[in-house]
Ligand binder design. Structure first.
Ligand code: THU
Length: 141
């Protein structure tokens, strides 16, 4: 991981917020956008995509990670930072499944994956180790 890479938090937050406008959330009306900063400095975005067959809906974070895999960024190093924004006044946290998805791409150092999560017009900071302690991951096998 590039230890010198300092996230541009404002840019990452705005990327997540702007992405959310493209969410496909006709069932929950809960629009989510995510932006992932990779070790190579590239950012990928994702939105939640719901489906009339409800269980097929997928979260924004998963799509942002998948975009990084497809673009080849994930092969160059772990996730460095994540911004997640929802059109809500409540405190947003990634779901358990998305925490596990991020764990897959943290290179065994979840404390170094920094998250900024929307809370109305504010943002709250966490790291992945706080959100998913004692995680199962690639290093567990
Ligand atoms: N959702 C996300 O995309 N990310 C989260 O961190 C929490 C929940 C989506 C899933 C579903 O489309 C909607 O929000 C309501 O749960």
């Amino acid at each position: 991981m590039n230890e010198l890479l300092q996230p541009d938090w404002n840019a990452l937050q705005q990327a997540a917020k702007q992405a959310a406008a493209r969410a496909h959330a006709p069932y929950s009306s809960f629009r989510v956008g995510a932006a992932v900063l990779w070790s190579n400095g590239e950012v990928t975005r994702g939105v939640n995509v719901e489906n009339a067959s409800y269980p097929l809906g997928v979260c924004a974070e998963l799509h942002a990670v998948a975009a990084g895999v497809l673009a080849g960024h994930a092969a160059q190093g772990p996730v460095r930072a994540v911004a997640v924004w929802a059109d809500s006044d409540s405190s947003l946290r990634p779901c358990g499944g998305c925490r596990q998805v991020l764990q897959e791409f943290c290179d065994g150092r979840p404390q170094q994956v920094l998250l900024t999560c929307s809370y109305g017009s504010n943002w709250e900071q966490r790291n992945l180790a706080e959100l998913l302690p004692e995680a199962f991951g690639p290093h567990s096998l």
